[in-house]
Design a protein around this ligand. Structure first.
Ligand code: 5AD
Ligand code: FES
Length: 333
């Protein structure tokens, strides 16, 4: 795998063949449909200190916000009207959102919007909390493994351990969540052999969802001077993830759209099949700056929905507004 990753950088024909094979695999499993998820970034407050992330606790320049539960529900109502049937609730590791507050919110969403799936992306919590969130009705949980390299993980996460990350992912999976893992591509000093390890990690975990995007430096972090990841390499990793976990849901991430104007379309053509437009209130969007120059900061949710439909169709696919459970989960229902 390490050698293949090196070869892809040198040989555009092999690269094109890989993308083609990944696109075909996606078509066989999921068809032409691309699932849309409404993303609600509900708090930018974070107790962790990841070296790459603009929301790290040490970044005192960050303008922080926390939406009230009623505001989050209003975003869901707007999203529901626009046709979304999955809400992704994402935040920094904000302890104001206790287990009790989160379960109350999840119950409220599930009772107001009976046919939606709720995905959480809120970082590491203990087993008991995860169990209560699942009991309250949360269906899915995104927790990228970030990197499967012990060396890189330790360097980039002064407040977390690679063992704990893995244990949280396994706990979520055991409890019954559809889980999402994934990594960044082009982290400072990241080698092909480390990226190969990410694929081995993904294969053995077999998550329902895989989030992959290029590393993008943020000027208020210690990695401000590092160079950004390569889009082509991120696309290679998307294609290879499609091949090692063919049933996975793979988003064309916002980071892909940020690094290149057609990055998300290219990701869809390389094997991705999910897009997550932003439903957060316009006033807070610029504040959720995990990296800089993030796209879609000024567009109303309705405009984003329209823009994305055009992009998805333009890339040769169709919009699917269903809940979009993973094939693995569908087999277990
Ligand atoms: N560049 C690219 N991706 C980033 N993430 C966080 N910071 C950055 C950055 N500077 C990714 C992490 C995280 C996800 C929400 O965003 O992988 O899990
Ligand atoms: Fe938000 Fe295009 S996806 S404006």
């Amino acid at each position: 795998m390490t050698r293949l990753l090196a070869r892809l950088d040198e040989d555009p024909i092999v690269r094109a063949q890989l993308r083609e094979l990944a696109a075909r695999t996606k078509m066989e499993r999921y068809g032409k449909g691309v699932f849309l998820r409404g993303l609600i970034e509900f708090s930018s407050i974070c107790r962790q200190d990841c070296m790459y992330c603009g929301l790290r606790a040490s970044n005192k320049q960050a303008d922080r916000y926390r939406l009230k539960p009623e505001e989050i529900l209003a975003c869901c109502a707007e999203g529901y009207e626009l046709g979304y049937r999955t809400f992704v609730l994402q935040s920094g590791e904000d302890t104001w959102f206790t287990t009790a507050r989160l379960t109350k919110l999840i119950r409220e969403i599930k009772s107001r919007f009976a046919d939606v799936a709720v995905t959480l992306s809120i970082g590491e919590r203990d087993d008991e909390t995860y169990e209560l969130l699942y009991e309250a009705g949360a269906d899915r949980f995104l927790l990228r493994h970030e990197t499967a390299s012990p060396r890189l993980y330790a360097k980039l996460h002064p407040t977390m351990t690679i063992e704990s990350r893995r244990s949280r992912l396994l706990a979520l999976q055991r409890i019954g969540f559809q889980i999402g893992a994934g990594c960044m591509v082009g982290l400072p000093g990241q080698t092909n052999s480390e990226l190969a390890n990410d694929l081995v990690y993904l294969h053995s975990l077999s998550p329902d969802m895989i989030g992959i995007g290029p590393f993008l430096p943020h000027s208020n972090t210690p990695l401000r001077d590092a160079s950004q990841g390569s889009m082509e390499k991120a696309l290679d990793m998307i294609s290879l993830s499609r091949l090692v976990v063919p049933d996975a849901l793979i988003p064309a991430s916002t980071a892909m759209g940020t690094i290149h104007p057609q990055g998300r379309e290219k990701a869809l053509q390389a094997g991705a099949n999910v897009v997550m437009p932003n439903l957060s209130p316009l006033a807070v969007r610029p504040k959720y700056a995990i990296y800089e120059n993030k796209i879609c900061l000024g567009d109303e949710s309705a405009q984003c929905r329209h823009c994305l439909e055009l992009r998805i169709r333009g890339a040769g696919f169709e919009v699917d507004m269903g809940r979009g459970d993973s094939l693995k989960a569908q087999r277990q229902f």
